[in-house]
Structure formats: C-alpha cells, structure tokens
Design a protein around this ligand. Structure first.
Ligand SMILES: [Zn+2]
Length: 317
C-alpha cells in the first residue's frame, strides 16, 4: 500500500514513468505523486539498488587536488562561513560552489560543535571542514568501505543514521535524504541524537519549482531510481511537524545544472556520455552564451524561491 514518505498520506494523484539517465541504462521505474503534499516517490524500491551505485558514482570519487586549488577552496569556504575575506569573495565569484559555509554560519555552528554528516560518501565536505578547523566531525554512509579515522576529530562509519548513538549539535543530510527508504524514521532518529534547539540541515532537490514544471519527467534531479523520493516544501514542513522539528528557514541553492542536465535528458543524452557537460565535454550541445544565461537564470530562480534545490533548517523543538 502507498504511504507518502513525507506526510503519511495514503492518496495518490499522479503516476509517472522515469528512466535511469545518469549512466544511461534507461531502465524504467514507476513513481507517484502524493495527493496531499505533492511530493513524489518510487512505487517499489528495486531489490538490486546497489547496481545503480557503481564505483564511479559521484559521491565516492574523492578528488586529489593540487595545493593551490585546495587553498583557494579553503578561502572560498572561509568567505562563506565568516562573510569576510576578499580573496574568498573573488574565488566565489569565478568558481561557484554550494554555499554550505553560509548555512553553517546562519545555523550558528561553531568550530568545536559535534557535527554528523549523514550519507557523507567518502567525505569530501568533511575533509574540507576539517582542514578549515572544525574539530568534531563524523560521517556515516552505507556504501563506504568501513570505519576510518583518518585524522583526530574526523571519523567515518559504515551504516545508516539508525546505527548512531552519540549526541550532536548539527546533523546534515547533504543530498542524502532523497536516497533513504524512510525519511520519517530517519528524522525521528535524528531528533533523539540532537541537543535541544539545534538544527538538522536538509539539502535536497525540491518538487514544484520551475525546472519540474518545465521539464517534467526529464527534470535531471529526479535521478531514478537513486532518488527514492523528492519532497515539496509542503512535504518537508509536514515531515518536520511529524518528527518534532520546526521548519525555521528555507534557502534555495539551485544552479545551472537544472537547465543543462534536463535539456540533455530531453535530448536523450545521459550525464555519463561523451557529449555531456558533466565531464565538460567539448562536444556538448550548449553554447557558452547558453550556459551563461542558465547561470543567471538559476540565480534569479533562487531569489524567487523557485529553484530546484534548497537547504531546509529544521530546529529541534
Ligand atoms: Zn505527502
């Protein structure tokens, strides 16, 4: 029987067939839309889900970058986290990154706070935060190779949030909640792990924005079958209410990917393809002018709360 993963409603208003298009397998999956909150979810979780997380899946490729690049990244993060620093400001302008430092600053997170990243992959974000000076970081992921403590103050565990028992000052779901079987169960668990008045940050694609309305089943963020569900803002609000949180703030953080990724899918070009912009292909179907326009449009959509990805601030009540 269908039950919405965000609001527990049992009525459906729409069915869709989505295709696997990251790797271009084109396997088909049935999804439904909730009649109450309009979030969408897969009808049946594939029993062979691991097939769709091959070794070259993006969150498991840790990039080894040179020292200068790394230093520039730290400067950029510093500008985002402190809202100060000229070099970081310049780097941010020419070399875009998700504004995670902004989210940490807005949530009043200090360097010594205990932070858990759920679905950390191999931990690119946590490595950066550790280098910056955060001293109590943990990452958990069902698909990593095993428990690792690469540095003092940085730990990784294999598993799900259900396996965690420590207390935290911040729990982040960085593009991971859309991959779990039961978001309500995982948020209930997060509530037991958080110290009072602290935040869960959920960074996730959002159904209902411009890209969804424009591209429909070709919207790149649907990412079947890895994204088992994708919420609307209403869906996250219902989820917060069901699990003991207040939804305090929503910040949109979509980028040009929503346009070129979806345009590629409309033209039957997977993300992993020799014409794909994902690999900065010279054979891409887009002109420089188009990409520039997509970047501008993404900024406008974020300002109008109409982008296809957002960061949700859920405060523990
Ligand atoms: Zn719902």
């Amino acid at each position: 029987m269908y039950i919405c993963k965000y609001c527990n409603n049992k009525a459906v208003i729409n069915y869709f067939i989505l295709r696997e298009m990251m790797f271009g397998l084109r396997d088909e999956f049935e999804y439904v839309e909730c009649a109450n909150c309009n979030s969408i979810q897969i009808v049946e979780i594939p029993s062979n889900l691991a097939k769709y997380y091959p070794p070259n899946y993006l969150s498991f490729e840790l990039k080894h970058e040179n020292k200068l690049k790394n230093w520039l990244k730290l400067k950029r993060f510093d500008n985002s986290y402190t809202a100060k620093g000229l070099i970081g400001k310049i780097v941010k302008k020419i070399w875009w990154a998700p504004p995670i430092g902004d989210f940490l600053r807005i949530a009043n997170i200090r360097l010594t706070d205990a932070i858990l990243d759920v679905g950390s992959g191999e931990g690119e974000l946590l490595f950066l935060m550790h280098q910056y000076g955060f001293s109590n970081l943990s990452g958990i992921d069902p698909f990593i190779c095993g428990s690792k403590n690469p540095f003092k103050g940085l730990n990784f565990f294999k598993g799900s949030i259900q396996d965690v028992n420590e207390k935290y000052d911040l729990i982040m779901f960085n593009h991971s909640l859309e991959h779990v079987a039961d978001p309500i169960k995982d948020l209930l668990k997060a509530a037991t792990l958080l110290n009072p008045n602290k935040y869960v940050l959920i960074r996730i694609p959002v159904v209902g924005g411009y890209a969804w309305r424009t591209y429909g089943v070709n919207w790149v963020q649907l990412d079947a079958p890895r994204h088992l569900s994708i919420p609307t803002v209403t869906g996250i609000r219902e989820l917060a209410a069901l699990t003991g949180f207040s939804l305090d703030k929503v910040i949109y953080e979509s980028w040009d990917f929503q346009f070129w990724g979806s345009e590629q899918f409309q033209n039957d070009i997977p993300l992993h393809d020799n014409r794909s912009l994902w690999f900065k292909s010279k054979e891409s179907i887009f002109s420089k002018k188009q990409i520039k326009d997509y970047k501008k449009k993404a900024k406008q959509l974020n300002q109008n709360n109409d982008g296809d990805m957002a960061c949700f601030f859920l405060r523990k009540l």
